[in-house]
Ligand binder design. Sequence first.
Ligand code: SF4
Ligand code: SF4
Length: 439
Amino acid sequence: MTEEVKTFEGGAHIPHFKIYTEAKPIEKLSSPSEVIIPLLQHSGVACEPLVKEGDKVKIGQKIGESEEFFSAPVHASVSGTVKAIEPRTVPTGGQETCIVIEADDGPQEFEMKQVRDPEKVTVEEYRECVREGGVAGMGGAGLPTHVQTSPRQPVDTLLLNGAECEPFLTCDHRLMVERAADLVKGAEFLMKSIGAKSTIFGIEVNKPDAIKAVQDQIEGKTGFEVAPLEVKYPQGFKSHLIKACTGRDVPRGARSAELGCIVRNVGTTVAAYEATVYDKPLIERIITVSGPNVPKPGNYIIKIGTPASHILKACGVEDLEGSKVVLGGPMTGLAQTDLEVPVVKSTTGVVVLPPNMVREEVDYMDCVRCGKCVEHCPMILYPNQISTFAEAEAYEEALEWDIMDCIECGICAYICPSYRPIVHMIQRAKPEVEKLQKR
Ligand code: SF4
Ligand code: SF4
């Protein structure tokens, strides 16, 4: 491993609040009595249900799929009976058709039986298993993973994203510490599939135990290295990770494959490994449950479709007065008002922000032109200008000032002394700007 700590220009050093869970080993959380499985949990096309109300299903059974390439099937995360197929609230705040399954007294754990020898897995088998297992990006973006297993252009580098730069979240950290062998094996599968010559694990230096665990596993292997990264937000965003790990500049709007890289989250890599070796579909994932007042914070294996209310109760959270519940991290996650919302494949955490950490949007003030948002924007944008146009519904001007290049990292809003909800303004304007672009 090179000792040089790598990073990118811009960004911000923000408190990371990982102390609550970074040393907590991964545990299983109790199984819920009902799961809510959205038919769209990835970017792309929604699945069609393969079951109907009243059907009995077994854990791991495929219950939804699509013939479209940009889609990933969904599977039952419990054994039970299909209670409903209906629209329910999902983490984005919108409504999606979901398959609701009431658990019964059948087996509620997937049987981990090896079905393929990891040493003999072929590229074709790997690609097929990743698709059949419904593996989709688990770091937030949610792209169906099989799409990335056969890039159309030559790729020389696989980047394993272990930065986990979002405050509070530690699920990837613990996965790297506890599952490093499977992670490296999963990286070897993918490396072969995309034809890369080298694999770089990008890990922030506040996770020395994860760096060591991965380093121990890659010792003696050709083409593998760990890149220790500065603790800086948003180090784990794709373009910033590519810049930090390879030195390659990422032009705005460029896809990583155009720069010879595929970036994969560490959790997704292990899920793809399990889908291949055990035929285990993506029916559960590790998430971090955290917050200063959470009685039992931790890194928990949680079934996909588990309602947030079940998780909060199991972690001892009772009083939510004035608090904000966020699915994901506080910078890029989404605040939830309906706590029956389910955990999906891309949910990284459930974070409970106490009243003193919640900023009321209604209290924001005019821009005082301090320039801090411009100084720290990792995309080298002018968040003050863009948000002013967005707020005024001046979408043409917002487009001219590159609103669509905003990665919604949240730094500008975090740093703004006028408490301006810059990201929300940008998020609200983007669909309108998109319409303009299509004209
Ligand atoms: S404008 Fe977008 S990319 Fe820039 S700091 Fe704000 S949220 Fe991040
Ligand atoms: S940080 Fe806030 S007050 Fe300062 S320039 Fe940006 S929008 Fe204006």
